[in-house]
Design a protein around this ligand. Structure first.
Ligand SMILES: Nc1ncnc2c1ncn2[C@@H]1O[C@H](COP(=O)(O)OP(=O)(O)OP(=O)(O)O)[C@@H](O)[C@H]1O
Ligand SMILES: [Mg+2]
Length: 353
């Protein structure tokens, strides 16, 4: 969904601030520490109910306050979020929401922020969440299998730590395998279907390289998960967790058959990151027929003028609402050719240019 109004109370450096974003392109400009990332964090919070900056969302409460309140709306929808050390409330159109997945369904969003480079250089967990974001929208039953799988895996790991007899584990495994295989199939389908879009956008930004994308399921497909769980029982019991399964999946990305961080420069890594996130938005809009919001913190860093221009063109081509941040207006000159609103941050106040 696109917001026509956003209000923040006691959110990071903002005591009380509001603004009316453009339905399409929004440029947020401000000096270091003016609150650009915080504003993007607030918009993203309204979309997914959590922060992309911290696993402790109450750290986003303005120091000196007990809780923050965010509100976003358009002509048809209203979302309110209240969060403090002991409070967490999401209200959608006057009704309390209990599951974050319900919020995510109505407001798909992709964010690129400086630490997001971990998608390329960090652990497989980052790339699993990349695939799972897409599979969630691409396959109707993905979320159901994902939540059931997680519940059973948690129980299995608890049994392993308690040294419980193999019979109990064996009974759990039959159920675990059903959800694991369904998860793998949904992930496989998403990776297969998005690959053309990803390859096209990667080629456009980085034509000098050949990229490879392959999904590792987390177990040997030929042996089968049931057999591998059985074979690894002793090892799993010793280590207290499950060695094989979709919780170990990865999206393996190669550049000219080598690891990305061995080949690409920092700017090129950012371009690859932008290509992957843009691909998800473009594919989502085509696949699901609904808008996907795009949030890009620190738009210009690491990119030369020609790449900034190309990125701006892609952002204008998205149907969903876009928010980008920049320190200096000169970094965003390529956006002046299209329709956009520029907001300046100064002294915790948001002013429309
Ligand atoms: N919980 C909080 N309460 C009050 N202020 C906070 C809180 N968390 C962060 N801040 C402050 O908010 C300000 C804005 O931080 P933010 O990271 O949004 O700035 P920025 O404009 O993105 O800066 P940069 O250009 O360096 O990325 C900083 O001065 C930071 O110290
Ligand atoms: Mg910042």
């Amino acid at each position: 969904m696109a917001f026509s109004q956003i209000r923040m109370t006691a959110f990071r450096n903002f005591q009380s601030a509001s603004f009316e974003p453009h339905h399409s392109m929004n440029i947020i400009i401000g000096a270091n520490g003016s609150g650009k990332s915080s504003l993007l964090e607030a918009v993203s919070f309204l979309c997914v109910g959590k922060s992309f900056r911290t696993a402790r969302p109450d750290s986003a409460v303005n120091s000196g306050a007990e809780e923050f309140v965010l509100f976003g709306c358009n002509d048809t929808r209203r979302i309110g979020i209240k969060r403090g050390a002991g409070t967490f409330e999401i209200v959608l159109d006057g009704e309390k929401l209990t599951r974050l997945s319900d919020l995510a369904r109505i407001s798909p969003a992709r964010v690129i922020h400086p630490a997001d480079i971990e998608l390329l250089t960090g652990s497989p967990a980052e790339r699993r969440s990349f695939i799972d974001w897409g599979a969630f929208y691409h396959s109707d039953d993905f979320y159901d299998h994902w939540s059931k799988f997680r519940r059973i895996l948690k129980q299995r790991n608890a049994y392993l730590k308690m040294n419980i007899s193999y019979d109990y584990i064996d009974a759990l495994d039959a159920e675990l395998v059903v959800h694991a295989e369904a998860l793998q199939e949904a992930r496989r389908l998403y990776v297969e279907d998005i690959t053309d879009t990803v390859s096209r956008i990667c080629r456009d930004f980085l034509p000098e390289y050949e990229f490879g994308f392959s999904l590792y399921s987390g177990w040997d497909q030929k042996k089968g998960l049931a057999q591998q769980l059985k074979n690894s029982y002793e090892r799993d019991r010793m280590q207290g967790f499950t060695s094989f399964g979709p919780q170990r999946a990865d999206l393996r990305i190669t550049v000219d058959h080598s690891q990305v961080q061995d080949v690409l420069s920092r700017g090129q890594l950012k371009l690859l990151l932008c290509s992957l996130r843009l691909s998800q938005c473009c594919f989502h809009e085509k696949d699901c027929g609904t808008d996907c919001m795009f949030l890009l913190d620190d738009f210009a860093s690491e990119l030369d003028q020609s790449k900034r221009e190309k990125l701006a063109d892609y952002l204008f081509s998205l149907r969903g609402q876009v928010f980008i941040t920049a320190i200096d207006e000169s970094e965003t000159r390529f956006f002046q050719k299209g329709s956009c609103d520029i907001f300046e941050l100064d002294n915790n106040v948001i002013t429309k240019r």
